[in-house]
Design a protein around this ligand. Structure first.
Ligand SMILES: Nc1ncnc2c1ncn2[C@@H]1O[C@H](COP(=O)(O)OP(=O)(O)OP(=O)(O)O)[C@@H](O)[C@H]1O
Ligand SMILES: [Mg+2]
Ligand SMILES: [Mg+2]
Length: 515
């Protein structure tokens, strides 16, 4: 037991701050844009969802052959503008591309085309809302606005693959893929804010179809900058997951505190993470001189001063934050965690939910959304879970579920909840059985007794109850001695006996009367 407690403590251990040492962090996020073609050429983009052989999706320009010229992909510009608008940035009326020079085999041009002097957008923000944008155990104490310094469009590099035989192989499929680099102000005061920001950002780009949003395959890559008590910032590059970000920041925070405690100034430098500690990559003094120059082969980008507003007005209703607000209010009245689940599955489960609500409404407008929500998140997801399956909208199409809900909760109710559960389990565990619900109800003999009079039902109920009382003298004795809860056991037996066709409350009342 103690061992389990220790284990769970270490796996979800928090990143605690020392109140004497203020933590300050700004992050840079590289986001791969989901365009059809690369940033400055017509070679198709590749993602992990369609794996292609190395070096098969490259053009002459991508590998820097002399005489080739870049041409800006307008789709990349549009996606960058969508992101800028969603983050409330000021889109610049004039922006331009620059060359950032450095020699590395995965950078065949000898420079990277980026936006150093005139980025596409500046001064945005993303606000984290306490109680809404919390992420699992990471709870925000209060709302927090993270300011965004700028967004710049740039090319990705090729991928270096280090083999066991000390060889470096290079795959240029990634070279010239479109990226947006987002630079935040150093506004993060703790790890919880970073974690919640990344999650909200991932959801935003996924939702607006700007990027797949995955960190695992490098579609989103994060560099963090950390300083303590106003000291110099240290940048940590190449962190592959939120866990690595947490570990590296925690290590670096402690390292900087230890230096400050012995009066050593933290030097501004770039470090890497080797899985255990941060290691110095280069200091400010030996920083590369990138010799930034405007790219003479690409024209400047001129945009109308109203473009950000026009795009914002267009995407505003689709912003995840707006959809979330809509879902938690009437008529949907969803719990925040359920609304977030729908947003996370916005390509299939969210439209399914809206269709379900509409279909139930069309069958019986008196059924409330809270009833539908209970079905969707407790009965249905619970049944899939019990069956060790992930919720699959094809196994239970929305109109089938709408019919099931109406059969139980509609004004002409034909099924008890117990029978409906039997039916639901049957549908989920027999995905090949496409028969309509009516046929299944008949075969499984689930319908409530219809042509029977109220009087006959009461009589049958009484008969079942008397029989159960007779067969369970011990339980009856307990109930009479004051253990009132034992009556539920008898109700359970009676429900089983009646195959769930009678409401449990009727059995309860009858038992209470008889005992
Ligand atoms: N005192 C500080 N403590 C922590 N972070 C800081 C501090 N000052 C600046 N930062 C953060 O450092 C980051 C600087 O990123 P920026 O892209 O502007 O420069 P860079 O890292 O030098 O460039 P490159 O893109 O070549 O890595 C920003 O996210 C900023 O918020
Ligand atoms: Mg940067
Ligand atoms: Mg940086």
């Amino acid at each position: 037991m103690r061992f389990i407690r220790l284990l769970s403590h270490s796996t979800i251990s928090r990143f605690k701050l020392d109140p004497n040492y203020a933590f300050k962090c700004g992050i840079e996020i590289h986001t791969q844009l989901k365009t059809k073609y690369k940033l400055f050429s017509l070679s198709p983009t590749t993602t992990s969802s369609h794996i292609v052989p190395p070096n098969s999706s490259i053009s002459y320009f991508d590998i820097g052959l002399l005489g080739t010229q870049p041409k800006l992909n307008p789709e990349a510009l549009l996606l960058a503008l969508k992101l800028a608008a969603a983050l409330g940035c000021e889109v610049q009326t004039t922006s331009a591309f620059d060359r950032k020079h450095y020699m590395y085999p995965d950078q065949p041009l000898g420079y990277q085309i980026t936006q150093h002097y005139h980025p596409i957008a500046k001064n945005g923000s993303l606000t984290l809302r306490s109680g809404v944008d919390d992420e699992g155990n990471y709870r925000l104490d209060a709302d927090k606005c993270i300011n965004i310094e700028q967004l710049q469009i740039e090319q990705d590099t090729g991928k270096s693959i280090y083999t066991d035989d000390d060889e470096i192989k290079i795959d240029y499929n990634r070279a010239n893929m479109p990226l947006v680099e987002l630079v935040t102000k150093p506004d993060f005061e703790n790890f919880t804010q970073i974690r919640c920001f990344l999650r909200k950002y991932q959801q935003l780009v996924k939702y607006l179809n700007i990027c797949s949003g995955d960190m695992e395959n490098g579609a989103i890559r994060v560099d963090v900058n950390i300083s303590v008590n106003g000291g110099n910032r240290v940048e940590i590059k190449n962190l592959g997951s939120t866990t690595e970000i947490k570990q590296a920041l925690r290590y670096e925070y402690k390292r900087q505190i230890q230096l400050l405690q012995v009066n050593i100034t933290v030097s501004q430098e770039t470090r890497g993470w080797n899985g255990t500690e941060t290691v110095k990559a280069r200091s400010k003094e030996d920083a590369v001189d990138y010799r930034y120059v405007p790219d003479s082969e690409l024209s400047q980008i001129y945009l109308s001063p109203t473009i950000a507003k026009e795009i914002y007005d267009e995407i505003e209703p689709q912003l995840p934050e707006r959809v979330l607000q809509k879902l938690v209010l009437s008529p949907y009245d969803l719990e925040v965690k359920h609304a977030k689940f729908l947003l996370d599955n916005n390509d299939n489960v969210l439209p399914y939910y809206f269709q379900l609500v509409e279909a139930v409404g069309a069958r019986d407008p008196h059924i409330k959304c809270t009833t539908i929500n209970n079905w969707m998140f407790h009965e249905v997801l619970g049944s899939f879970h019990k069956n060790n399956q992930i919720f699959d909208i094809n196994v239970l199409p929305f109109d089938k579920l709408a019919s099931l809900i109406t059969l139980v909760n509609g004004h002409d109710s034909r099924l008890t909840l117990t029978s409906a559960r039997v039916l639901l389990t049957h549908v989920i565990s027999n995905p090949g059985d496409a028969r309509p619900l009516d046929a299944l109800i008949e075969e499984l003999d689930l319908e409530k007794p219809r042509d029977v009079s109220e009087h006959d039902i009461l009589e049958a109920v009484q008969e079942i109850c008397l029989e159960i009382i007779e067969q369970n003298p011990d339980v009856v004795k307990k109930i009479r001695a004051g253990k009132a809860k034992s009556i539920n056991h008898l109700v359970g037996l009676a429900m089983k006996e009646s195959q769930g066709k009678v409401k449990s409350s009727l059995f309860l009342q009858t038992f209470q009367r008889l005992i």
